[in-house]
Design a protein around this ligand. Structure first.
Ligand code: RNT
Ligand code: ZN
Length: 418
């Protein structure tokens, strides 16, 4: 233990904070690392463009082109990040062997056997996402809410296949699999019928959830959104729709909030405690929106810290499934992944190192003067030393020298991919 940490620990103790306990706690909290930062949400099952109202921008060299390259890159990221990592996969990252191919409605656990092997090697659980975008069967921008029964059927079958695959992940790893349903279904311009698509969307998700699963091990969730590129006027899976769906099916489904999916003055940090009043468990996509759902790399910024605080001070670390969701193609992708993961770790660790009980007491006593003082003074605590100790205990570098390894990897590996 460094001298720096010893003295920081003493400083924190003056505020009633046990930094050893905070470090021990964070080591046990899984954070889902999204595979899709490594290849700009391309996947391995199609050649077409990214659709569904989401977009990556930039063409920084070195993007992963094969499952092996993506796994190599994820391994590099894992080696640079402290904390407990879970792997987050999309159905489009199925791995087909020997010229075999299965369309989305026919996917099977075997198409993800390589990922299970990879997860086991790193002692990770796996989260999963059916992929309702980047596919020719999206008709007029719609999947599960399409008026065409054949189109709906295809995507319902995809959802069911993904439940079976999620179950396979949970069984193989022994760790629950969060399965997130998000579609970009919507309209570019003013629709004549808003309820019809939503009723079809509702029924389609209900059909998907009729596939048998143990809710303790397979955790479906529905992700809402305000709008997507090209679907500005109407989104079937709006906030009210998704939240109501989850509430009406709380025995088999959770809500998922992505902090890029709301109007810019709304904050997910405030929505977390609102949902925790009603849902036993909720899920998050942690991202950084700039002006829209831009999916910038997560930073150690105010709203990120605020979200972490809400999870920690409401004692909800075992009720909130935390997953990262961003994709920046304009910078080194290994670095993007690593900065985002480390930022969320910092946010969680700093939240765990706040005098939360004391501040709550001050609020309940209406002592808002002292509350403000304590909130401001705790910002000056020597957090860097606690972060350094946490990283040291996790066997990774605390300072910026991790970036040297990224540069070496870029020169030796990424630069050779053309
Ligand atoms: C899109 C949603 C969704 C995707 C991933 C790739 O706006 O946030 O979660 O980012 O499924
Ligand atoms: Zn998301």
């Amino acid at each position: 233990m460094s001298q720096l940490y010893e003295s920081a620990k003493a400083e924190y103790a003056k505020f009633g904070v046990d930094t050893d306990a905070a470090i021990a706690k964070l080591k046990e909290l899984p954070v889902s690392l999204h595979c899709w930062q490594g290849d700009d949400v391309t996947g391995f099952d199609h050649d077409g463009p990214l659709t569904g109202g989401i977009q990556t921008t930039g063409n920084y060299p070195g993007k992963a082109r094969t499952p092996q390259e993506l796994m190599d890159d994820i391994e590099k990221v894992i080696s640079l990040c402290p904390g407990k990592i879970k792997l987050n996969l999309h159905a489009s990252y199925a791995i087909f062997e020997d010229g075999e191919f299965a369309d989305r409605d026919k996917l099977e656990p075997k198409h993800f056997a390589k990922w299970v092997e990879f997860a086991k090697k790193h002692n990770m659980g796996i989260d999963f996402n059916p992929t309702f975008f980047s596919h020719p069967n999206i008709k007029d921008g719609l999947t599960l809410s399409s008026p065409d029964p054949e189109v709906r059927k295809f995507w319902i079958e995809h959802g069911k296949a993904c439940i079976r695959i999620s179950n396979y992940f949970a069984q193989e790893t022994g760790i629950p699999c969060v399965m997130n349903i998000w579609t970009g279904d919507g309209f570019k311009d003013i629709p004549a019928d808003r309820m019809g698509p939503r009723m079809r969307y509702k029924e389609s998700i209900e059909e998907i959830l009729s596939e048998p699963y143990d809710f303790k091990m397979v955790k479906p969730c529905v992700e809402s959104k305000v709008f997507g590129i090209g679907v500005e006027a109407f989104t079937a899976g709006s906030a009210e729709f998704s939240l109501s769906f989850a509430a009406a099916h709380s025995d088999k489904c959770m809500p998922l909030m992505d902090n890029g999916h709301y109007h810019p003055t709304e904050v997910v940090s405030d929505k977390i405690p609102a949902l925790l009043c009603f849902f036993p468990e909720i899920a998050l996509h942690i991202t950084r929106p700039i002006r829209w759902d831009s999916d910038h790399v997560v930073l150690f910024d105010d709203e990120t810290k605020e979200m972490a605080k809400e999870i920690v001070r409401n004692d909800a670390t075992d009720r909130v499934y935390m997953a990262l969701d961003y994709f920046d193609a304009s910078i080194n992708r290994i670095s993007a992944w690593t900065v985002g993961f480390r930022s969320w770790q910092k946010a969680m660790l700093s939240a765990l190192c706040l005098p939360n009980a004391q501040m709550k007491k001050l609020q309940d006593e209406a002592n808002f003067t002292e509350l403000m003082v304590l909130q401001e003074e705790s910002k000056m605590l020597p957090f860097g030393a606690v972060w350094a100790e946490y990283c040291a205990q996790c066997g990774v570098t605390a300072d910026k020298s991790w970036f040297e390894e990224v540069k070496t990897y870029e020169a030796e590996v990424l630069a050779k991919r053309s």
